[in-house]
Design a protein around this ligand. Sequence first.
Ligand SMILES: Cc1ncc(COP(=O)(O)O)c(C=O)c1O
Length: 339
Amino acid sequence: MENIDWSNLAFGYMKTDYNIRCKYSNGAWGELEVSDSEYLSVHMAATCLHYGQEAFEGLKAFKGKDGQIRIFRMDENAKRLQASCEGTMMAELPIEKFKEAVVKAVKLNERFVPPYESGASLYIRPFLFGTGAQVGVNPSTEYMFILFVTPVGPYFKGGFQTTPFVIMREFDRSAPLGMGKYKVGGNYAASLVAGAKAHDLGYSNVFYLDAVEKKYIDECGAANFFGIKNNTYVTPKSSSILPSITNKSLMVLAEDMGMKVERRPVPVEELATFEEAGACGTAAVISPIERIDDYDKKISYVFSHDGKPGAVSEKLYHKLRGIQYGDEPDVYGWVTIVE
Ligand SMILES: Cc1ncc(COP(=O)(O)O)c(C=O)c1O
């Protein structure tokens, strides 16, 4: 086996041994198939290529100190993929089939699950798309589900660090009655120009406000937002953000740590009142926010002066990672151990 430098992996693609595929035609899903090819043959008029009938997911598997591999909350990703399929009129993959595919891919690529000490993990990327030929704007009658895995490095190489975000009113991520609540490719294509501008300006990502009034906080790049104040975890309730599984988990942990949890519209000015702020998602668990600059209004909301996260963010981060790696007991039943 090739020598993988586990501690220096990026968040990028690395070829692994096998991927799992499943086809939908004549109104039914077929059996899961194992492939060792990285390529697929798709009809040039497939709806995924023209009309964006595509959805994806992202989750992780972790190797513990005990050598066991744990998959985090895959039932939630299965349900969210079904929601994304409903939103794009694609055939929904049954939850059990999704979970079977995840476990199968992890087992078949077990040698790519990074060791505990590296702080790295195995990223799992399921996706589903329309393969049938259409020229008119209509849903396909044929679909393909594929799931591949790839090892990814620890998000914070030099330790848990804060980064700056930027509010830019010239870009919207998604509309309140639009597709933002689904994990569909088009949302990410729509975020590339804004993301590139934010990076060029030296920010880690864009901090989006609601598209109608530009009054409430939506999310930060590809992560949900939370703010901490007065022993309360505050996170936006919005129809144009992706329901983050990490956020959902952090809300449970915060409550169990004796904090109040508020999920409600959060006005942008409220940023000035938070003691800590963070972006949360599968990639980083928590990416603590150094500051948020309002590019248009020339205001800065500062949460950290020394590059270090706040105490509550740190506690939540370690608790969730502890559950994922098996250092903490899985009292919520969030983890599936790969037998
Ligand atoms: C737009 C967006 N928001 C939030 C998240 C975080 O969601 P999760 O915690 O389920 O990874 C992601 C990543 O999946 C995302 O792409």
